[in-house]
Design a protein around this ligand. Structure first.
Ligand code: ATP
Ligand code: MG
Length: 640
């Protein structure tokens, strides 16, 4: 049976049921969505749970599937569209050109001694060479470890030590909101700090800022590329279970974990997701506003769209420059059909004039996918109505590589439900488990979102270099049973829609009542003055914990005076009283102009909570803007 035939299954629920009941049959069909140099034998080996190996003995290559495979039919079609509003540059690479550039980069890497299985650390801004470098690694079987550009030396050094790369690929600088951010000095310090010393550093010189070169170690890319202009570097055919890359989680809840991924399973999972979830077709354009430093950037800027034969739009810039219409102008210009962003980006736009959403021709756009954080109803409604397009929430993790919950319109036109990221995607044996007993909870009951192994193709194989930590971290929530915990709370309605209630460590206990901070945040967000907010539980001698809220207003001048602040605080408390009851009412509502977030845009509740309790805010290596934490410190210092 051809891969396409499975799409004829009558409903998402049937499709899902079959993916669990007949895993091998199901995934063998999906495997036909990619090219295999050598067919696989067994589809699944899960004889050593919770470890799973997919498509055993099959040989394939991610770069071949993303690039070479499309040369025959689409050589002159756009593959990589690069737009930088930071440097005012736009460049379209066809599949043919992308192929050439990737081979040049691969040849340069080889000339610097990179071999199959070696690690290459990529610390780069959103420039085409970053994608070339990832694809070049995939091509020659080197393992890439992309570190978000803009992480400071300390975070970078720890990742260098974890990966022990033979090569670091970097650039002179990034640019953010018009400000040049030099990378090389940070990299140099990181290389000093790191115990592991890569032999070579390959520098892409964008001409943004001069930098020092360490003789013998540092090489400029441009002259090396010149030397390999006609390079013909064949792909390495890798066994499906060889390692394609490692990547760190965002560090929202603590120390980031190094996620390790395979080759064949990942390629198949992405190809299937492009077909069933994102519904992207060859020849169309995909636009994800994420960064290559995150999992969304790996799966849905670089590999997923290209595997599907789509052009991928890679964007260096913010949603607000040169004006708040920039994302939509790009949709119009490049006829984007599928767009992927994060709630945090939409909340930024929400503070702007909504007329920006309707100034451009968005007729090509079919849907906007949002992931990364809970999508609150007001934000979902605002953007959905503003654009007049379906907004599709999807829930997943760095660990899984592709959506766990969503709607899969390539299978069935299941309606979306506000506040819900949807239903379990095929391949995930998803359960909601009682926190203490590990038993499954019923409809409308809160439980920990868990996956019964084997994890489907595309999910992490293990923690890089640490099988023990993989099992310990993810599979020890239910004693005596190997079940993967997402560390998120969820609830399921009678129709099978899931709702994510927040992280398991974001639950607070007020006078014996267990409340999800997310529920209180949702309630506060429904007030028209609120742009975004964070609620944390703060230790209280009397009640155990009390909720404390930090609110960013759409218009900060609304809280300019003490009287205005008090009045608004009262209104917000009344909103929560009405919607959730007095027990959930925050004891305090602080007004700030910025929330502390990770670089990937997730609210650092654990750090806010620590400051509220006069504790050390903990590991801050992934924080976006430390001044946000300063605002929290001042707010609680002044009032607590
Ligand atoms: P760390 O694991 O290091 O603490 P992190 O969990 O923030 O960091 P990611 O893998 O980037 O790292 O984020 C995955 C998490 O983001 C999910 O577990 C969930 O908490 C949250 N999340 C992602 N998408 C959604 C969504 N659509 N709705 C609600 N929450 C989401
Ligand atoms: Mg996580």
């Amino acid at each position: 049976m051809a891969a396409g035939d499975t799409a004829k299954a009558s409903s998402l629920k049937d499709f899902h049921a079959r993916s669990i009941a007949d895993r091998e049959g199901f995934w063998a069909e999906q495997a036909a969505l990619i090219d295999w140099h050598q067919p696989f034998g067994r589809v699944l080996d899960d004889s050593r749970p919770p470890f799973a190996r997919w498509f055993l003995g099959g040989r394939t290559n991610l770069c071949h599937n993303a690039v070479d495979r499309h040369l025959a039919a689409q050589r002159d079609a756009p593959a990589l569209i690069h737009v930088s509003t930071e440097t005012d540059t736009e460049r379209v690479y066809t599949f043919g050109e992308l192929h050439r550039e990737v081979m040049r980069m691969a040849a340069v890497m080889r000339s610097l001694g990179v071999r199959r299985g070696d690690r290459v650390l990529i610390y780069m801004p959103m420039i085409p060479e970053a994608a070339f470098a990832m694809l070049a690694c995939a091509r020659i079987g080197a393992i890439h470890s992309v570190v978000f550009g803009g992480f400071a030396s300390h975070s970078l050094a720890s990742r260098i030590d974890d990966a022990s790369p033979v090569l670091v690929v970097s650039a002179d600088a990034g640019s953010r909101a018009g400000k040049v951010v030099p990378y090389k000095p940070l990299l140099d310090v990181a290389l000093e700090l790191a115990r592991s010393k890569p032999a070579s550093v390959l520098m892409v010189d964008r001409g943004l800022v001069p930098f020092d070169r360490k003789p013998g170690r540092d090489h400029d890319y441009a002259p090396l590329r010149e030397r390999h202009l006609d390079a013909d570097v064949p792909v390495e055919w890798l066994e499906s279970n060889e390692v394609s890359y490692t990547l760190y989680t965002s560090g929202t809840t603590g120390t980031p974990k190094g996620v390790q991924r395979d080759v064949g399973g990942y390629a198949v999972a992405l190809a299937a997701s492009m077909k069933y979830i994102f519904c992207g077709n060859a020849g169309e354009t995909y636009f994800s506003t994420s960064d290559i430093g995150w999992v969304v950037g790996h799966s849905y800027i670089v590999y997923g769209p290209l595997i599907a034969g789509m052009a991928t739009l890679m964007y260096e810039g913010t949603p607000l420059r040169p004006d708040p219409g920039i994302l939509w102008r790009l949709v119009e210009k490049y006829r984007v059909t599928v767009m992927f962003s994060a709630p945090t980006a939409i909340r930024v736009l929400k503070k702007q004039d909504p007329s920006w959403l309707t100034r451009y021709d968005l007729s090509s756009l079919r849907a906007l996918f949002l992931a990364g954080e809970p999508l609150d109803e007001p934000t979902a409604r605002w953007i959905g109505e503003g654009l007049g397009k379906p907004v599709i929430d999807n829930y997943w993790q760095t660990e899984t590589g592709w959506p766990i919950l969503s709607v899969a319109h390539g299978i069935e036109k299941t309606p979306t439900r506000l506040g819900s990221p949807g239903m379990p995607m095929y391949g995930y044996d998803l359960r909601l488990l009682h926190e203490q007993t590990g038993e499954e909870v019923g409809v409308n009951e809160k439980g920990v979102v868990a996956i019964v192994p084997p994890l489907p193709p595309g999910c992490m194989q293990t923690v890089w270099g640490n099988d023990e930590r993989f099992v310990q971290t993810y599979f020890s929530t239910v004693p005596g049973r190997l079940v993967y915990s997402t560390f998120d709370w969820g609830i399921r309605d009678p129709d099978g829609y899931f709702f994510i209630l927040g992280r398991t460590d974001d639950v607070i206990n007020v006078a014996g009542h267990r409340l999800g901070t997310r529920e209180i945040e949702e309630s506060l967000s429904s007030h028209p003055a609120v742009a975004e907010c964070a609620v944390v539980g703060v230790a209280d001698a009397l009640k155990g914990q009390v909720a404390t809220a930090f609110v960013v207003l759409k218009d900060p001048s609304q809280a300019a005076s003490d009287d205005a602040r008090l009045a608004l605080e009262g209104q917000l408390m009344a909103t929560v009283d009405q919607q959730l009851g007095a027990v959930a009412r925050p004891s305090r509502v602080h007004f700030v102009t910025l929330l502390p977030k990770t670089r990937s845009g997730k609210v650092l509740r654990r750090s806010i909570q620590a400051l509220c309790e006069a504790r050390d805010p903990g590991d801050l290596t992934t924080i976006e803007d430390p001044s946000a934490l300063e605002q929290v410190r001042q707010a609680v210092g002044a009032r607590v």
